[in-house]
Design a protein around this ligand. Structure first.
Ligand SMILES: Cc1cc2nc3c(=O)[nH]c(=O)nc-3n(C[C@H](O)[C@H](O)[C@H](O)COP(=O)(O)O)c2cc1C
Length: 322
């Protein structure tokens, strides 16, 4: 049986996982050496993510982070994905058992170094071996990662990002939802965007369509990012979304190991109409899940907040648990 301090350290590291709008849409329910990972749908984003696809990807990130954190503590993990067909919120049951998964322990200290870097990266290109390691990290978790390298394709991807921005910012419900997660009184979750100052930001985001300005900025970021990649999966089911999340976390940590950070330009995946167009750019069948730019950051930014463990961890009820 893993001692409570070790388990707390593992969970504290796991919750450093990224999540859309920093919603942290996860609950960990403890039962002996089992940790049940539940989707917390009270933290869903109906305008941005109507199918809970990104919510599930975020939980997949937390699952991978937990596996890595356990390995860092010398613990192995046995994972049952979607173990209860009557409970779609129960995404995974993790049993802390046996030897650490090979190759994961060196990634554990990097969990607290990974951060979403929304600024422009420095100009250095990403070397081929680092790029190949990112691809391998995604493949190892059952997803694929396709770099958008050709100039014409990159231009098309940047155009899709700009069109996605214009569509999202033109939708008052989407803006209200974003503004709600930028609330100045939020403490353990939510977003700060470097180019907007809270609390003015929240008011501005809620009230004005800034689509044109944001689109121009994002288009520029997409065009000039050292590495632009599409993370995708063969299918588009809950299991695929969990795989995408695990792959995302794995590749982000692999990137940090090489000095890289990542940032998201997911608009052409979030706007359903644009998703097949992004898919075409990858030149392969399957479903784009994340559009990610990666590069060398110019500075270390303050880490984004997390809710305290006591808010995301609960004890499973009694021995009759499912
Ligand atoms: C599935 C998923 C989708 C995301 N989509 C976006 C996005 O479209 N734009 C963005 O700026 N950040 C996006 N993020 C990054 C989150 O906002 C970020 O992880 C969160 O604010 C926590 O910050 P951190 O990554 O620095 O720890 C996404 C993260 C995940 C896991």
């Amino acid at each position: 049986m893993t001692d409570p301090d070790t388990r707390s350290r593992i969970l504290n590291n796991a919750i450093r996982a990224p999540s859309s709008h920093n919603t942290q849409p996860w609950i960990f329910s403890l039962a002996g050496d089992d940790i049940n990972l539940f989707a917390d749908r009270t933290r869903a984003l109906p305008a941005n993510d109507p199918d809970d696809r990104e919510l599930t990807i975020s939980c997949g990130c937390a699952l991978m982070a937990l596996r890595v954190a356990a390995a860092g503590e010398g613990c192995g993990t046995r994972i049952a994905l979607l173990p209860d067909k009557d409970d779609p919120d129960l995404l995974a049951r993790i049993t802390l058992i046996g030897d650490p998964e090979s190759g994961l322990a060196p990634l554990a200290p990097l969990l607290a170094q990974r951060q979403t870097y929304r600024k422009g990266f420095d100009g250095r290109p990403v070397p081929e071996d680092a790029r190949d390691a990112l691809i391998a990290a995604a493949t190892a978790e059952g997803a694929w990662l396709v770099p958008v390298e050709d100039d014409a394709d990159r231009h098309k991807a940047a155009d899709l990002v700009a069109r996605g921005d214009e569509e999202q910012w033109g939708d008052p419900a989407w803006r209200r939802e974003l503004a709600a997660w930028m609330h100045p009184r939020r403490t353990g979750d939510g977003l700060t965007l470097p180019w907007l100052t809270i609390p003015v930001a929240q008011l501005v985001v809620r009230s004005f369509d800034m689509g044109n300005g944001v689109a121009a900025r994002d288009e520029e970021l997409a065009e000039h990012s050292p590495l632009l990649t599409v993370l995708g999966t063969e299918g588009d089911t809950v299991a695929d979304w969990i795989a995408a999340g695990q792959a995302l976390q794995n590749l982000l940590l692999t990137g940090v190991h090489a000095g890289l950070q990542g940032s998201y330009l997911n608009q052409p995946v979030q706007v359903a109409r644009l998703r097949p167009e992004l898919g075409k750019l990858t030149g392969r069948p399957g479903h784009p899940q994340i559009l990610l730019r990666m590069g060398y950051p110019e500075e270390i930014l303050p880490l984004s907040p997390r809710r305290p463990l006591k808010e995301v961890v609960e004890n499973a009820p009694g021995p009759d648990r499912p």
